[in-house]
Design a protein around this ligand. Structure first.
Ligand code: CA
Length: 335
């Protein structure tokens, strides 16, 4: 699966779509229900390539039929067939070269491995039915180390919280202060992220993004791609920056924009990355959006902290939310 894969036009596609529209959709007891449109992402274990997938699946007993798009592989409307055995699934043979195997959880999440026999590529994939309204439940909360917390990130077992206009605090998962430093004049870190070595913060009013060490020494600075940088997240390779003008940017760590797309909501703020998906809190909509790295929204949640919650982070299996108005950090269970 790579950009050089030839596009294959399939005469069978109209027949498959007809089957999708007219199929008798049933799933046996004690089996996953795969019926629906699935959005997800794949990532090669062989190379650095990755991309998105969209599959329209109809389940008939233990059989699966449908179609799949793999845009980064230049494959659209490819026929898929497969089987469900309990909660184990397999389907292929996409363009006669790619097979997927995996496990379904709760009828809405699926993940597993793929093999591309033609390019000898293999890797992992994850998908969920879209769109679904999810729920976020407050498990616990601790006081912010200062008033008006705006940014949040998790680094090596503890949190960093940016507090508007003054300082950045390092706190443990109970909220106890470990250390702090004053931020640069004008930094006003709207959100923070951590690249496994250094912290990054958005200078909202200066339209800049700063990289700094955990003592506050600035390592690098570059201009933000938009005029109102807010959210920041790091996916292991790239930075992601939300701009409250309504766009999400994928950046390299030198500040070059690689990709950008319209944000899920009108006023995106804090960003987080959970290992597969991005999370963005929108302070106009009062919503939290989970979306893939092509910009496809997977789930939508009401923000339990209210409209002015800003910082967001995924850590330890939970979503964490810095609530500006309440000066609280909430621990949220994703349901
Ligand atoms: Ca963040």
């Amino acid at each position: 699966m790579n950009e050089n894969t030839p596009k294959i036009t399939r005469l069978l596609v109209p027949l498959v779509l007809l089957a999708v529209a007219c199929g008798d959709s049933t799933s046996p007891e004690d089996s996953a229900n795969m019926n629906g449109i699935w959005f997800g992402a794949w990532s090669s274990s062989i190379s650095s390539s990755n991309g998105s997938l969209i599959a329209n699946i109809v389940q008939q007993g233990s059989s699966l039929v449908g179609s799949i798009d793999l845009p980064e592989g230049d494959m659209y409307g490819e026929q898929l067939t497969g089987i469900v055995n309990g909660y184990e699934i397999s389907f292929g043979d996409i363009a006669q070269q790619i097979t997927f195997t995996g496990t379904v959880q709760g009828d809405t999440l699926a993940s597993g491995a793929y093999e591309d026999h033609t390019s000898e590529d293999s890797g992992t994939w994850e998908a969920s039915k879209n769109p679904v309204d999810g729920t976020l439940t407050i498990v616990s909360a601790f006081d912010s180390p200062g008033s008006m917390p705006s940014g949040l990130t998790f680094a090596d077992g503890s949190f960093w919280v940016s507090v508007a206009g003054s300082e950045i605090f390092n706190v443990d998962t109970q909220g106890n202060i470990i250390s702090s430093f004053s931020i640069l004049p004008g930094l006003h870190a709207s959100d923070l992220t951590y690249d496994r070595m250094y912290l990054w913060g958005t200078a909202h009013f200066d339209h800049q993004i700063h990289e700094f060490d955990t003592s506050g020494n600035v390592i690098a600075t570059f201009s933000s791609p938009g005029t109102a940088p807010t959210g920041l997240a790091f996916d292991g390779v790239h930075l992601w920056n939300a701009d409250s003008s309504g766009r999400i940017y994928k950046l390299d760590t030198s500040g070059n924009t690689l990709v950008s797309f319209v944000s899920p909501g009108p006023c995106p703020n804090g960003l987080a990355f959970d290992g597969a998906y991005l999370w963005n809190i929108d302070i106009d909509a009062g919503k939290i959006y989970k979306f893939d790295r092509s910009g496809k929204t997977v789930s939508t949640y009401d923000s339990p902290g209210g409209y002015l919650s800003c910082g967001i982070e995924y850590a330890l299996g939970y979503l964490w939310l810095a609530d500006w108005t309440e000066a609280k950090i909430y621990k949220l269970r994703i349901g």
